[in-house]
Design a binder for this molecule. Structure first.
Ligand SMILES: [Zn+2]
Length: 251
C-alpha cells in the first residue's frame, strides 16, 4: 500500500508516519529529513534548498519531484511506503501520480491530519533538539530534566531548529494554507482522502489513523513481552488464515 500523509506543519505527520511504516514494514519517505540531511552534508541540492527552508519557504517542485522519484524506486519501498512532507503543491501531486503511473502504481490513500493553528504554533515553536544526538524535546510537552540540557549529554545546550522560530513557524503555516491545503482537494476529488484528527495523545491519533486505513488497531493494553513491541501486525487481507496465534504477516 502507498499512502501520503497530509496536514499542516506540527500536526505530527513525521511521528505517526514513522510508527506506521515501522509497524507495517513499509518505507518511510520523509522529504523533510532527506532535505535536512542534504543541507547538513552541504551537497549541491542541500545548498540550493537550505536557504529556502530556513526562510520557511518551499523547495522548488522539480527538486522535490526528482528526490521522491529516486527514493520511491529503492528496494525497501517496493512493498509500500508512507510519504511525509510530499506532495506540498498541486503540481507536485500531479507529478507524483504521473511518476507512479509509469510504474503501474498509485497512491492508494491520502490521510489528512488536522489541528487548530494555535496548537500548531505552540507545538512547533516549543520544539528543541540536542545538537549531538538529535533527540527531540519540547519546552512544555517533553522537558529535559534540567530544563536546558540534553538528558544524555549533560552540558550540551538544547537548541531550536531555525525553521521552528515562532516567526518562521507562522510563515510556514501561511505557506501551507496557500500552497499545500489545495493538495487535500486533489485527493478528495477522486475519493482517496481520509481525514483524521491530529489532536490527542500520540496513541489516540495513531489508532484513528489505523482505523482510517481500515487496518486492525493494536491492543491498547501494554504488552509486557518486549519481543512483540514494534513487531508488524495487521496481516494484509488475503493472508492465510489458521496460521500461528500471533499471525506473522506475509512479507
Ligand atoms: Zn543528546
Amino acid at each position: 500500500m502507498r499512502i501520503v500523509l497530509l496536514g499542516p506543519p506540527g500536526v505530527g505527520k513525521g511521528t505517526q508516519g514513522r510508527r506506521l511504516a515501522g509497524e507495517l514494514g513499509w518505507a518511510l519517505v520523509s522529504t523533510g529529513e532527506m532535505l535536512r540531511e542534504a543541507v547538513a552534508k552541504g551537497t549541491a541540492l542541500g545548498r540550493a534548498a537550505g536557504r529556502r527552508i530556513a526562510a520557511g519557504e518551499l523547495v522548488e517542485d522539480d527538486i522535490m519531484v526528482g528526490l521522491v522519484r529516486d527514493r520511491c524506486a529503492e528496494s525497501d519501498a517496493a512493498r509500500g511506503f508512507v510519504l511525509d512532507g510530499f506532495p506540498r503543491t498541486v503540481p507536485q501531486a500531479g507529478a507524483l501520480d504521473a511518476l507512479l503511473a509509469e510504474r503501474g502504481q498509485r497512491i492508494d490513500v491520502a490521510i489528512y491530519l488536522g489541528a487548530p493553528e494555535a496548537e500548531l504554533v505552540r507545538r512547533l515553536s516549543g520544539r528543541l533538539e540536542c545538537p549531538v544526538c538529535k533527540r527531540a524535546y519540547h519546552r512544555t510537552d517533553a522537558r529535559p530534566r534540567d530544563g536546558h540540557h540534553c538528558d544524555d549529554h549533560p552540558g550540551i545546550e538544547l537548541r531550536q531548529r531555525a525553521d521552528d522560530a515562532e516567526e518562521t513557524v507562522r510563515k510556514r503555516l501561511e505557506v501551507y494554507r496557500v500552497q499545500t491545503a489545495p493538495v487535500v482537494d486533489h485527493y478528495r476529488r477522486d475519493g482517496r482522502l481520509r481525514e483524521v484528527s491530529g489532536l490527542g495523545s500520540m496513541d489516540e491519533v495513531y489508532r484513528s489513523l489505523k482505523q482510517a486505513l481500515g487496518r486492525p488497531v493494536p491492543d491498547p493494553d501494554p504488552d509486557p513481552d518486549p519481543t512483540s513491541s514494534g513487531a508488524p501486525s495487521g496481516a494484509p487481507s488475503g493472508a492465510p488464515s489458521g496460521g500461528p496465534g500471533r499471525g506473522r504477516p506475509v512479507r
